[in-house]
Design a protein around this ligand. Structure first.
Ligand code: MG
Length: 458
């Protein structure tokens, strides 16, 4: 089964994003609302993260939707996965105003379908066409929509996660939560408290200027969290990105858990319980495949982007396959028993469950995972696609995978080279079984890309 990736003009892998007032204006967002309302009739749920521009842009998208006759339910500030959970089967679609991990000056729009998944490429291309053609069916005064506020709906999401696990499974466990001043301030601490944990927070007050750290939960930005975990003797620390669809972890010693290790640990736990497929992009470390196969499960690779993972999981299930788990090696994990999107709150709760079930410390569980050496690099060029095409010819004798960009396999290691869909760069990822081997492979690739760029791309 092959998932195809389409290049879009306005929407990236995760919706429309831009600097507010420059690339992303209220006028554009009104048009997106009108276009979405032209495509999907009925009642649309709207939510936003904590960004300062969120109120303006939420009003803009609602205005566009109402003008086309859609009714709108405003869920207020909440994590993207909370909105997706609320929408699932209860609304005709949704729109989330968020720029996820981007800096405070950014914002964006993510369009959600009635089943709670992000809009797929084919439908997004139709939506873009309506926006570019201004082919919008706005309604006369007697047919415009109505709006109601429903901030209480967030409770459904919190309850669904708490109810997913044994009652008070986290009793006796101390956890430090860093929601990064984002919408998880009102979800993750509550979820973990209801699971029985003792919860401390840092950056726990919603603030769209992100005074404590940037919305990307990088290891540098999480030093405050790490210090608090160690000083309070917590079992772990958990941090979210700006819309809390991702979760990353700090172990009890204050060390950042690399996201592929996080994925491998959760995959190992779930594959131990249930057999079936794990779905993940081609960029995920080999460590995950090793762990999954060791537990007697299979792995299915997709192009890079959580939407491709979610949709592949759905279609495997529709074809009668058992799917255990999915996600990306960036802390974005998808639990199909819960919903088909990345969910940071659910991931935090799952970590409580894993540690409580194993009775071992997080660092000990991480230590047992297979060791891999990752090198991430990027090259600035506006000819990324062209360079990747030349590389395919240059490496035609090697074992290749072309699901997304080019993945070159070599003696227990691989390298992935992809042209970014949103920035003028090529991304290079080497996943090797030894540090030296990885460095040699990386250098070879960088030299080849540089030679190709000089010779063939002007
Ligand atoms: Mg996000």
């Amino acid at each position: 089964m092959q998932t195809t990736k389409f290049q879009k003009r306005l929407f990236g892998t995760n919706g429309v994003r831009g600097v507010v007032g420059k690339d992303l204006t209220p006028e554009l967002v009104v048009t997106i609302g009108e276009a979405f309302g032209t495509m999907r009739k009925g009642c649309i749920a709207v939510g936003r993260d904590t960004r300062t521009s969120g109120e303006t842009l939420a009003k803009a998208i609602k205005s566009g939707l109402l003008a086309t006759g859609c009714d709108v339910v405003d869920c207020g500030i909440l994590p993207t996965p909370a909105l997706q959970y609320i929408i699932k089967g209860q609304f005709d679609g949704g729109a989330m105003i968020t720029a996820s991990h981007n800096p405070p000056e950014y914002n964006g729009v993510k369009i959600i379908e009635a089943d709670g998944t992000e809009m797929g490429d084919e439908e997004t291309l139709k939506l873009e066409q309506l926006i570019f053609d201004l082919s919008l069916s706005t309604k006369p005064w007697e047919h415009v929509g109505h709006e109601v506020n429903a901030p209480h709906l967030i409770r459904k999401y919190i309850k669904s996660i708490v109810d997913h696990f044994p009652h008070k499974i986290g009793s006796g466990m101390t956890v430090v939560v860093d929601p990064g001043s984002g919408p998880a301030c009102i979800t993750t601490p509550q979820i973990l408290t209801e699971m029985g944990c003792r919860v401390l927070t840092i950056n726990g007050i919603m603030d769209g200027t992100f005074p404590g750290r940037l919305p990307e939960p990088s290891s540098e930005g999480l030093r405050g969290l790490a210090d608090l975990v160690v000083s309070r003797g917590a079992a772990f620390g958990v941090a979210h990105d700006g819309d809390a669809d991702r979760a990353v972890f700090i172990d009890e010693n204050g060390r950042f858990v690399e996201e592929n290790q996080e994925f491998a640990l959760v995959a190992q736990h779930l594959c131990h319980q249930k057999k079936g497929a794990i779905v993940t992009p081609v960029s995920t470390s080999q460590m995950v495949e090793m762990v999954v196969k060791n537990e007697g499960c299979t792995i299915t690779y997709t192009p890079v982007g959580s939407i491709y993972v979610a949709r592949t999981m759905r279609s495997l299930i529709e074809n009668g396959k058992e799917v255990v788990f999915g996600g990306e090696g960036n802390g974005g994990l998808i639990f199909p028993d819960h919903q088909f999107c990345r969910d940071g709150g659910m991931t935090a709760a799952m970590m409580v469950f894993i540690l409580a079930s194993n009775g071992q410390q997080l660092s000990a569980l991480i230590k047992k995972l297979p060791e891999r050496f990752l090198i991430k690099d990027k090259i600035s060029t506006s000819h990324g696609t062209k360079v990747v095409e030349f590389l395919k010819k240059a490496y035609s004798q090697d074992k290749l995978d072309q699901t997304d960009g080019i993945k070159i396999f070599r003696e227990g290691s691989w390298a992935l080279v992809r042209a970014s869909g949103t920035e003028p760069i090529i991304r290079i990822l080497v996943d090797a079984e030894s540090c030296d081997g990885g460095q040699v492979f990386h250098k070879e690739l960088m030299d080849n890309i540089s030679a190709i760029t000089k010779k063939n791309v002007t």
